[in-house]
Design a protein around this ligand. Sequence first.
Ligand SMILES: Cc1cc2nc3c(=O)[nH]c(=O)nc-3n(C[C@H](O)[C@H](O)[C@H](O)COP(=O)(O)OP(=O)(O)OC[C@H]3O[C@@H](n4cnc5c(N)ncnc54)[C@H](O)[C@@H]3O)c2cc1C
Ligand code: FES
Length: 368
Amino acid sequence: MLLALVISIGAMCAISAVLAIIMVIAESTIGNYGEVSISINDGDKKIDARGGKPLLTTLKEANVFIPSACGGRGSCGLCKCKVKSGAGEIMPTELPWLSEAEKADHVRLSCQLKVKGDLQVEIDPALLYVREFRTTVVGLVNLTHDIKQLTLKLDDPNSMDYKAGQFVQIETPVYERTDEPVYRAYSMSSVPSSKNTIEMEIRLVPDGICTTYVHKYLKVGDKMTVNGPYGEFHRSENDRHMICIAGGSGMAPLKSILYDMREKGINRKATYFFGAKSKRDLFLLDEMKQLERDMPSFTFIPALSAPDAEDKWEGETGLITNIVDCHTEDLSNAEAYLCGSPFMIDACIVVLKKHGMPEANIFYDKFS
Ligand SMILES: Cc1cc2nc3c(=O)[nH]c(=O)nc-3n(C[C@H](O)[C@H](O)[C@H](O)COP(=O)(O)OP(=O)(O)OC[C@H]3O[C@@H](n4cnc5c(N)ncnc54)[C@H](O)[C@@H]3O)c2cc1C
Ligand code: FES
């Protein structure tokens, strides 16, 4: 009996060893795709690289940055680009993120597509201007029990041109929670006129790689690498009533947009609904009150969904969707700027459409 057990364990070990050797050989032969050429935007830029890595990584190594908020795990859907030739079959991991129209239009998730040969790629031309910045942490301030304001001075290059509402990706270096650098997206809360300094509002996600690093390890004086700017979430140029809705760190891009409007003397009608659970989750209340004084057409409406008894809260109470519903009438000529969790954004879109807002007037950044 014992002998049979020893023989079968030995056989299993031998099979595993043979499989491991086959995989190593396969990786160095089948997985060796040699030199490849990647043509971007009909030859505007050409990259020569070694095949075998994801397209996202291959482009990044050539200083072409595609947004990748989940760090290439296939869970944010941000890293889309059009691959006109050479891409091969769509991977099952890409399917949840691609509409039928996108599939027909050769859109792919660049983090899932392995480079195996020459490619013709089309990306937003603005991405060719995205840069990597070396920065120094000059401010790290608690805004609430779980949101920190991080301020970075740009060292090299020492200035960034961006639009209020855009985001950057910050690199978390190797530390005890990650054995490779990871990138995460954070909206800038600073105003674009402060070209040498950018500011972010970062909420701690329990067990999150990047947010744990920022909240528990990062210190003033530390160096950080960021790349950007990215994103289409910014104020459109018209006079429509702006309905702004945010929760938690979703405050960041809206603060940037509103402060930018104040700086430029734009007195457009704007109503800002900010949702939080209890009073300890509210922040920048004095700053928003000051904005109301500086911009006569601006109204700030904070609402608590579950105030604590000791909060003695006299403001709006309830889910932010209900507050928006109660405070708005016909929105057919208004537009909306939403920022926060995907769940909150989807629920708000339903309410806005119920009040007649056309889908084309709804802009959002989902913090997924
Ligand atoms: C365009 C864009 C802009 C963003 N701007 C901001 C911003 O200004 N401020 C900000 O705080 N965040 C922002 N985010 C979210 C941010 O990019 C990270 O996803 C988030 O901070 C978690 O990163 P992490 O490395 O700490 O967690 P991870 O290590 O990525 O995740 C750890 C675990 O938490 C889960 N998780 C990930 N994100 C969340 C979340 N938000 N809530 C609950 N669970 C989560 C994951 O599924 C995983 O199980 C933005 C995201 C996008 C796409
Ligand atoms: S980087 Fe997030 S899906 Fe590709």
